[in-house]
Design a protein around this ligand. Structure first.
Ligand code: HEC
Ligand code: HEC
Ligand code: HEC
Ligand code: HEC
Ligand code: HEC
Ligand code: HEC
Ligand code: HEC
Ligand code: HEC
Ligand code: HEC
Length: 440
């Protein structure tokens, strides 16, 4: 850290910090925080607070830890700030014995994190726009505040992701971390390959968005795997379409369950239909139509679409299909390419596994999808052509009429030697190329 950068940070962030430092007589700002001992004033606070086990009983019965690791603080980026910048209300004069009323550990965290924004406005702003902050605003008791991911008394530099423990994300996303740790990416990272992604590479650290929300994560995949699209084009016809409608994990996470998710779209705006803030309709409507509670059938699905079409949108409510893994955890079980699904028949055959589970979904207010189960027949019923005509898999979803249309289109396609583009031919060619690999 250079002196100039430090000044810039503090002046733009909080003049308060500067004032405090001047008062404390911090002269050599070029000295690295890591090499500094703590100031005299800080030491006075630490005289009591570095005592292990120091704690305070709160009114609600919880205990608030009051211990601060002095050595870690001395090494941290916040050492130069001293204690008073963030704890203006705690001075040697007023405490103890003056006792501050603190309702609960969580309330304390929520109140205390506000201090971070004065110096780290950028991170604060990004965090404000995240799903985590949206959950906080809704009163979610386990959504993370700054100090869930950062120890304010041991603020460490950027490369702080802990490969072994998955901190800071694993504390709350344990099963995702386990899946990630066993994946190609987690394994590469364990071997010290820093070019492999960690949680925040794909989701970002502060501007975390709903995962199924958009194409942003996929763009990230392509940014690192720029050779992926051409590599798939070698064996997969219309690879761009396959990569668009099938999630990467559906082929690259071996042994996972897959499903088809049909997402509600506005046909004119070409955008996902989202629940209106404060008036969730989707589940209510679906439940009302699904009288037997077995999941929506083709006819029920049509009336659901009609109801949404009437909501005053530009176009009609239509469905877009996406083949994906059954759970967000499984999206992380990526394995090396030798285990990937490449057999056309995995999908392009009657009764194929991925098409046995179907969900209908809409974007919820925070971007997360709200799903409702549908019966498998919606993929094969003639009634569905109108609603899901934009998504079909030759042989897989078995909308017979569409299969015929596709076969026809393939046969009569103009300008392209498309007659050869039959599934059988491609399958054989591919099987030869990869030596008939087992499908997982
Ligand atoms: C003489 C020992 C002692 C010193 C010195 C001391 N503290 Fe404390 N501190 C305590 C005790 C004991 C409590 C718990 C008070 C209670 O139970 O309400 C406490 C509580 C706190 C709390 C929790 C909030 C509260 O007010 O209860 C903060 C924050 C804190 N101290 C910060 C500091 C800072 C900053 C300094 C230096 C300016 C400092 N302390 C100096 C003993 C000390
Ligand atoms: C960068 C700001 C910052 C600095 C510098 C800092 N603290 Fe804190 N401190 C916090 C925050 C934020 C919390 C609340 C953590 C949480 O969410 O549980 C906290 C919590 C505490 C607590 C527990 C009681 C409470 O209010 O949560 C004590 C005691 C405490 N700090 C003492 C100190 C002492 C002593 C120093 C100096 C050695 C110090 N702090 C330096 C931000 C800071
Ligand atoms: C969900 C966990 C999480 C939360 C909540 C969080 N951070 Fe971070 N933060 C991280 C991670 C992880 C990094 C490491 C940088 C990276 O991986 O991009 C980081 C990095 C930082 C950095 C170093 C500079 C940078 O951007 O890399 C600062 C400063 C910071 N966070 C401040 C904050 C503040 C202030 C808040 C609250 C408004 C906050 N963070 C909330 C996880 C979090
Ligand atoms: C008074 C200003 C100030 C406040 C308040 C403050 N910080 Fe910092 N923080 C700094 C400075 C200065 C640095 C070191 C310079 C830098 O690299 O940005 C730093 C560094 C960090 C880093 C490490 C960044 C890195 O790349 O080394 C994290 C993480 C961090 N702060 C989180 C927090 C959190 C969380 C809070 C609230 C509890 C907080 N800060 C409150 C001034 C502050
Ligand atoms: C290589 C990129 C990548 C990495 C690394 C990664 N994720 Fe994900 N994450 C994804 C994708 C892709 C999805 C699923 C998006 C979808 O549904 O299409 C996802 C989904 C999620 C979800 C939503 C789960 C659900 O139930 O729907 C959470 C939470 C999550 N990730 C957290 C994490 C955490 C924590 C880590 C680190 C241990 C991590 N991710 C690492 C790409 C990544
Ligand atoms: C203190 C707990 C906590 C921590 C730490 C935390 N999260 Fe979360 N996160 C949540 C909660 C609660 C939700 C909402 C419920 C859910 O989807 O799991 C959530 C949701 C998410 C989602 C959206 C999931 C979806 O369904 O689309 C992603 C992505 C995510 N977190 C990533 C991360 C990443 C990356 C980190 C670390 C940088 C992290 N989280 C750290 C509590 C946490
Ligand atoms: C239809 C299934 C399928 C989908 C969807 C798919 N892949 Fe693949 N992918 C494969 C197969 C099979 C291979 C191995 C081909 C081989 O061995 O030549 C492969 C190979 C790769 C490779 C190694 C490429 C190389 O240079 O050898 C990468 C990287 C990759 N895929 C990334 C992705 C990403 C990123 C996505 C999502 C955008 C994705 N894949 C979607 C089936 C798929
Ligand atoms: C930050 C860069 C980065 C991002 C982002 C990233 N990867 Fe990777 N990926 C890697 C590295 C590094 C490896 C290890 C490659 C190796 O072992 O040669 C890897 C390996 C893979 C492999 C195994 C390839 C093989 O040759 O066997 C697959 C499949 C894969 N990633 C898929 C994905 C998917 C899907 C995403 C997005 C959800 C993604 N990656 C995002 C860097 C990245
Ligand atoms: C993981 C499942 C999966 C695998 C494996 C797969 N496909 Fe597909 N394929 C699909 C889906 C889903 C669609 C429909 C996409 C849409 O209409 O949005 C599709 C569409 C097609 C189409 C129509 C493309 C167009 O331009 O409309 C052809 C041709 C095709 N696949 C051939 C193949 C061949 C040949 C293979 C093997 C080399 C293969 N597929 C492997 C799922 C798969």
């Amino acid at each position: 850290m250079t002196g100039t950068k430090f000044y810039a940070d503090v002046i733009t962030g909080a003049t308060l910090a500067l004032v405090v430092m001047v008062v404390l007589g911090v002269t050599s700002l070029t000295a690295r925080a890591a090499e500094r001992a703590v100031s005299k004033a800080t030491q006075q606070c630490l005289d009591c607070h570095s005592v292990k086990g120091l704690e305070k009983k709160l009114a609600n019965g919880e205990t608030l830890a009051l211990h601060v690791d002095g050595a870690a603080f001395a090494k941290s980026a916040h050492n130069l700030l001293g204690c008073a910048v963030c704890h203006a209300d705690a001075t040697l004069e007023n405490h103890p014995p003056v006792k501050k009323k603190i309702a609960s550990v969580r309330e304390n965290s929520l109140a205390m994190q506000k201090v971070c924004s004065s110096c780290h406005a950028d991170q604060f702003k990004e965090h404000e726009g995240s799903i985590h902050a949206a959950l906080l605003r809704e009163g979610n008791p386990v959504a993370p505040v700054c100090t869930d991911c950062h120890n304010p008394h041991a603020a460490v530099p950027k490369a702080s992701y802990d490969v072994a423990s998955g901190a800071p994300c694993s504390k709350c996303h344990g099963s995702v971390f386990e899946a990630y740790a066993g994946s190609v990416h987690g394994q590469a990272r364990k071997q010290g390959r820093v070019e492999a992604p960690v949680c925040s590479t794909c989701h970002s650290a502060h501007d975390v968005k709903a995962a199924a929300g958009g194409e942003k994560i996929k763009d990230n995949c392509h940014a690192c795997h720029s050779g992926a699209l051409p590599a798939h084009q070698n064996w997969l016809p219309n690879a761009a379409l396959h990569l668009k409608t099938i999630s990467c994990a559906a082929c690259h996470a071996p042994g996972v369950k897959r499903r088809v998710d049909l997402r509600l779209y506005d046909s004119a705006a070409q955008k996902r239909i989202a629940e209106k803030e404060g008036v969730p309709q989707f589940e209510m409507r679906a439940r009302a139509i699904d009288t037997e509670g077995k999941g929506l059938n083709a006819i029920a699905l049509q009336s659901l679409l009609r109801e949404f079409s009437r909501d005053g949108m530009e176009g009609k409510a239509i469905l877009r299909g996406r083949l994906e893994v059954d759970s967000g955890v499984e999206a992380h079980q990526l394995a090396d390419k030798a285990k990937a699904v490449g057999q056309c028949e995995t999908c392009h055959r009657a009764g194929s596994d991925p098409f046995q589970r179907v969900t209908i979904s809409i974007a919820g207010p925070d971007g997360r999808l709200v799903r409702y189960g549908a019966q498998q027949e919606v993929l094969s019923s003639a009634t569905s052509i109108d609603s899901i005509g934009g998504f079909y898999v030759i042989g897989g979803t078995r909308i017979k009429l569409l299969d015929m249309l596709v076969a026809l289109a393939l046969l009569v396609g103009v300008g392209v030697p498309i007659v050869h583009l039959t599934l059988g031919w491609l399958s054989r060619r591919y099987a030869k190329k990869i030596g008939g690999r087992e499908d997982s």
